[in-house]
Design a protein around this ligand. Sequence first.
Ligand code: SAM
Length: 226
Amino acid sequence: MQQIPTSSPPSTNDAPGMTLPDEYILSHIDPEGELLEELTRDAHVNLLRPRMMAGHLQGRILKMLCRLLRPRRILEIGAYTGYATLCMAEGIDRDARIHTIEIDDEMEDFMMKYIRRSPYEEKITVHFGDAIDIIPLLDETFDMVFIDADKQRYPAYYDLAFPRLRSGGIIVADNTLWDGKVASPPQPLDKQTAGILDFNEKIREDTRIEKVILPLRDGLTVIWKK
Ligand SMILES: C[S@@+](CC[C@H](N)C(=O)[O-])C[C@H]1O[C@@H](n2cnc3c(N)ncnc32)[C@H](O)[C@@H]1O
C-alpha cells in the first residue's frame, strides 16, 4: 500500500474518491460478504457518518489479524454499526468472545439488526455507554483491543485497556495519522488532533510495548505488550 489517503478514507464500496490502488486491492482480496455489503449500503443511505466504519480492506485486515493471533477475548472501543465487530467475529474461534462498547444508544437498532442476522451473535456482547465507565466493569483479560472511538480520549482508553491486556496481547488503534494532521501543529481548538498527538507520543515513550504504525487508510497503530 503505497498511498496514504489525505482525506477521510472511503468506505469500501465508495466509488467517489477511491484511488486506483484501492480498487485494485479490493478486487484482489476476500470479499466482504453479502451481509456486510448490505450493512454498508444501509449505512450510506441511512446514517450520517458511514465513513467511520472500518470498511472492506480494514475489515479483512482485522479478520486476518484474528486468524493469525487467535484472540480468545477482544475489546472493541467504538462499535458504531458493528461492521468491524462482525469482521473480527468472523476471524475468531467459535468459543472466543468480543466485548464492544458504543456510547450512542441510537445505534442499537441498526447494529443489532445485522449482528442478529449474522452467525456470530453468540460471540458478541454489546455494551452501550461511555467506554471510560464500562471498561473498569469488564471482568476479563483481553488478548486484543481495538481502539476506534473519540480521538480526544485515546490516551485514556489506552490507560484503561492496558492493565486488562495480557502480556503478548495486542492493541490496534485506528486513525493514528488522522488525515495527515499529525504532521503539522494542531489548530488551538482541534482537540481531536491533539488527542491523537498525545496518544502517539504516549505510545512512542512507552517501554512496556513494541509498536508500529501501518500507513493504511487513516493510520493503524499496532502495539504488542511485552
Ligand atoms: C469510528 S466509529 C467506530 C467504527 C467501528 N469500530 C468500525 O470500524 O466499524 C467511532 C464510534 O465510537 C463511539 N464513541 C465515541 N466516544 C465513545 C466512548 N467514550 N465510549 C464508547 N463509544 C464511543 C461513537 O459514537 C462512534 O459510533
